[in-house]
Ligand binder design. Structure first.
Ligand SMILES: *[C@@H]1O[C@H](CO)[C@@H](O)[C@H](O)[C@H]1NC(C)=O
Ligand SMILES: *[C@@H]1O[C@H](CO)[C@@H](O)[C@H](O)[C@H]1NC(C)=O
Ligand SMILES: *[C@@H]1O[C@H](CO)[C@@H](O)[C@H](O)[C@H]1NC(C)=O
Ligand SMILES: *[C@@H]1O[C@H](CO)[C@@H](O)[C@H](O)[C@H]1NC(C)=O
Ligand SMILES: *[C@@H]1O[C@H](CO)[C@@H](O)[C@H](O)[C@H]1NC(C)=O
Ligand SMILES: *[C@@H]1O[C@H](CO)[C@@H](O)[C@H](O)[C@H]1NC(C)=O
Ligand SMILES: *[C@@H]1O[C@H](CO)[C@@H](O)[C@H](O)[C@H]1NC(C)=O
Ligand SMILES: *[C@@H]1O[C@H](CO)[C@@H](O)[C@H](O)[C@H]1NC(C)=O
Ligand SMILES: *[C@@H]1O[C@H](CO)[C@@H](O)[C@H](O)[C@H]1NC(C)=O
Ligand SMILES: *[C@@H]1O[C@H](CO)[C@@H](O)[C@H](O)[C@H]1NC(C)=O
Ligand SMILES: *[C@@H]1O[C@H](CO)[C@@H](O)[C@H](O)[C@H]1NC(C)=O
Length: 395
């Protein structure tokens, strides 16, 4: 009895094993329903794409010849293990055309890059079948309309690049379910809204949405995404103030560019909490008041760009920024003398202070402690002195 049940158990085990390996074999062939999907399918998908490319000024597609394996075609990389198309990179090839639904059959595709071509039309729904995709890059093409919500179907997506098209409307909330997303680049479109749900992206490091049609306030959750290192929203019509605790949940922030919007009010006094900040650009806004003294604690800063605001004071604490290379505060309401500490920042290469209400005279030995200064813009935009970097004489 015991022997028999052992025997049955092992048979069952073997059957399970066999079934599993069969299943695995089918899986690596990419079986969908009844049709077998293999490299031949990949070839037909690519040939369909070729037939949808209407202009190929550099004659690149001559290379896509059926006499050789598709794995040798320009722009194609096959996976070493399964010999299916893993990467399709047609960036910078000068193509004009549309994307056929057949690309949805490239079931082993991990990276899809079509940057800098003239693809147009709609992105077919069938692309959503590409469950292995980690990179989607359609930058600088001519796609229009809404960003399809099926972009939320890529559970492994890490990089999402749709810059330089004419996408409009909101960013579909479906993509905010993709917890693996690290980089979103939607710059240069006509998007009008950042949904609250963006706060679900707990691994997002870089968010670029400059030059779009975003309006109103930035959703507070954006200032709460602790994984962010880069936040670039310039060239929109955003407005409002920055919350005083903007940095409390942003321990990793390195680069912030909120230029050319309609933000106003004082700078957050707790700016010092963004301890990793390297580059701060808030040009062409309506910020006012003093630049907070605590900026002197952000000792990693290399660039500060505050052109065209209403700041009235540079604190002397700015002198603590021993890595600062570029300090731009022109076209503001700065009053009084420039703190002497500013003329003591040996890392500075550029100092722009023109069109303010500054008074007092410049120290005689201005260059003594500014050995790296290459450009000094003092009074008006056209009236600046360029320093000769060799002997520090006025050029
Ligand atoms: C791919 O599958 C088809 C059936 O769908 C089969 O005829 C063909 O021989 C297969 N090709 C390869 C390279 O396995
Ligand atoms: C296509 O280009 C690749 C790489 O540049 C080359 O290895 C291959 O031989 C070319 N194939 C044809 C048919 O020209
Ligand atoms: C795609 O090709 C371009 C041009 O050859 C290259 O610069 C880029 O790094 C490639 N992208 C990927 C994801 O391989
Ligand atoms: C691939 O995709 C196209 C269009 O989505 C479809 O018509 C075709 O049957 C698919 N399968 C194969 C094996 O080519
Ligand atoms: C990509 O396209 C943009 C916009 O047309 C252009 O400014 C840029 O120079 C192009 N880059 C390359 C490498 O072709
Ligand atoms: C996100 O995923 C959750 C759980 O999987 C689902 O309930 C929800 O509808 C999804 N949201 C969107 C916007 O796709
Ligand atoms: C920001 O995060 C904190 C802590 O995780 C949470 O208490 C707060 O409600 C969040 N605020 C917003 C606007 O999401
Ligand atoms: C700029 O801010 C000041 C207060 O600092 C306010 O009086 C003025 O209306 C604002 N200007 C614009 C264009 O928002
Ligand atoms: C900021 O810098 C000042 C002067 O160096 C220092 O006294 C203060 O403790 C610093 N604050 C923080 C929070 O690091
Ligand atoms: C800061 O970022 C701006 C915009 O990307 C760039 O032009 C500038 O060179 C950066 N500054 C430094 C010091 O890296
Ligand atoms: C200038 O810097 C030097 C060394 O960093 C320091 O000893 C000196 O006190 C500073 N002078 C002023 C006016 O900040």
């Amino acid at each position: 009895m015991e022997v028999r049940s052992h025997f049955l158990l092992s048979i069952t085990f073997l059957l399970v094993l066999q079934y599993t390996s069969l299943y695995m074999a089918k899986l690596t062939q990419g079986t969908v329903g009844a049709a077998q999907i293999n490299i031949t399918t990949d070839q037909s998908a690519l040939l369909a794409l070729k037939s949808h490319i209407t202009s190929d000024p550099h004659n690149i597609l001559v290379n896509w010849s059926t006499t050789t394996s598709i794995c040798n075609w320009v722009g194609i990389t096959c996976g070493a293990r399964h010999l299916r198309v893993a990467s399709l990179n047609l960036s910078y090839m000068g193509f004009t055309g549309t994307i056929p639904p057949h690309l949805g059959n490239l079931s082993f595709l991990v990276a899809l890059s079509f940057n800098n071509n003239s693809f147009h039309g709609t992105l077919p729904y069938e692309l959503s079948y590409l469950r292995r995709l980690k990179l989607v890059s359609f930058g600088y093409n001519n796609f229009v309309g809404s960003i399809p919500s099926w972009f939320g179907a890529f559970p492994k997506l890490q990089g999402f690049y749709l810059y330089g098209n004419q996408f409009s409307g909101s960013i579909p909330t479906t993509i905010f379910n993709l917890s693996t997303l690290r980089v979103i680049v939607l710059s240069g479109n006509q998007l009008s809204e950042i949904p609250q749900e963006i706060g679900f992206l707990h691994q997002l490091e870089k968010l670029y949405i400059e030059f779009n049609a975003l309006k109103g306030h930035v959703p507070m959750v954006v200032f709460n995404m602790s994984s962010l290192t880069t936040l670039t929203l310039y060239g929109n019509s955003l407005s409002g103030g920055l919350p005083d605790n903007i940095c409390q949940h942003h321990p990793s922030l390195e680069k912030v560019n909120l230029g050319d919007n309609q933000f106003g009010g004082p700078l957050p006094s707790k700016l010092w909490q963004c301890t990793k900040l390297l580059n701060l650009s808030l040009v062409e806004n309506n910020f006012s008041g003093s630049i907070p003294k605590t900026i002197g604690n952000l000792t990693m800063l290399k660039g500060i760009y505050l052109n065209s605001n209403n700041f009235n004071e540079i604190p002397k604490e700015i002198g603590f920024l021993h890595q600062l290379e570029e300090l731009y505060v022109p076209l503001n309401a700065l009053k009084g003398p420039v703190p002497v500490a500013v003329f003591n920042m040996s890392s500075l290469t550029t100092l722009a202070l023109y069109t303010n209400k500054l008074s007092g005279s410049l120290p005689d030995n201005i260059c003594q402690h500014l050995p790296n200064l290459q450009m000094f813009q003092w009074k008006h935009s056209k009236k600046y002195w360029e320093l000769n970097p060799v002997n520090h004489d006025w050029a």
